[in-house]
Design a protein around this ligand. Structure first.
Ligand SMILES: CC(C)(COP(=O)(O)OP(=O)(O)OC[C@H]1O[C@@H](n2cnc3c(N)ncnc32)[C@H](O)[C@@H]1OP(=O)(O)O)[C@@H](O)C(=O)NCCC(=O)NCCS
Length: 192
């Protein structure tokens, strides 16, 4: 388990928070409670997400990390899995990436499926520590993800880590807002 400390170049700057492996299937409700606060999900959306998360975790190469406070409380998490062109997310983004000549990013890429930090713990380096630590261990040359296509803290974080826009205004069925698909070479960029 990697402690996120100020001595780490990409640490959380929050020595009381530990970033390490997370049994996401066992703690899915805690994780979704964090996501609900961070991202603004209603109970109906949480119920849908619960099924999706548990299905993703069936994938043998799915990985999850949690950020845990000293009292054991989960304050952030990240999870993802290697992209598979047959997966729903990949089939949605593929035509958009093909249109920008970047659909090769769908091969050899680790997809960041979710990254959320509890609002009370944001802007302390925890998000950076979670995504950097998980991608460091995947053994793939690059990473892709989708984020709501607006100037958000998430988009700022991803750019700071080296992610760039591969496609914009990507529409997922049932999602009210368009997304940007972003990709970065691994390992992710460290702060200078
Ligand atoms: C995105 C999120 C996970 C970032 O987590 P965090 O722990 O607050 O981020 P960090 O403290 O590690 O920030 C790292 C970098 O991200 C960027 N960043 C973070 N918060 C930011 C903000 N409010 N505005 C602009 N940039 C921001 C900065 O580049 C920052 O580096 P710096 O501190 O050296 O300037 C968090 O804001 C969150 O949970 N948001 C809501 C859920 C969400 O949007 N998830 C992503 C879905 S795609």
């Amino acid at each position: 388990m990697a402690a996120a400390t100020p001595t780490s170049p990409w640490g959380s700057g929050t020595p009381d928070i530990v970033v390490g492996p997370l049994d996401l299937a066992a703690r899915v409700d805690e994780a979704l409670a964090v996501q609900a606060l961070a991202f603004g999900l209603g109970q109906d959306e949480i119920d849908v997400r619960r099924h999706i998360v548990l299905r993703h975790l069936d994938h043998p190469q799915a990985r999850a990390l949690g950020a845990t406070a000293a009292d054991g409380r989960l304050v952030g998490f990240v999870y993802g899995l290697p992209n598979d062109r047959a997966h729903w997310w990949s089939t949605v983004v593929e035509p958009y990436l093909r249109a920008t000549g970047s659909d090769d990013w769908l091969d050899g890429s680790f997809v960041i499926t979710e990254l959320h930090v509890h609002p009370d713990f944001q802007q302390r380096g925890i998000g950076r520590s979670l995504i950097t630590t998980i991608t460091d261990a995947v053994g793939l040359p690059r990473s892709i993800l989708s984020a709501i296509d607006t100037e958000s803290p998430a988009r700022g974080l991803y750019r700071a880590l080296g992610y760039r826009d591969l496609a914009r205004q990507v529409l997922f069925p049932s999602a009210p807002k368009p997304y940007a698909v972003m990709g970065a070479a691994l390992p992710l960029r460290r702060p200078v």
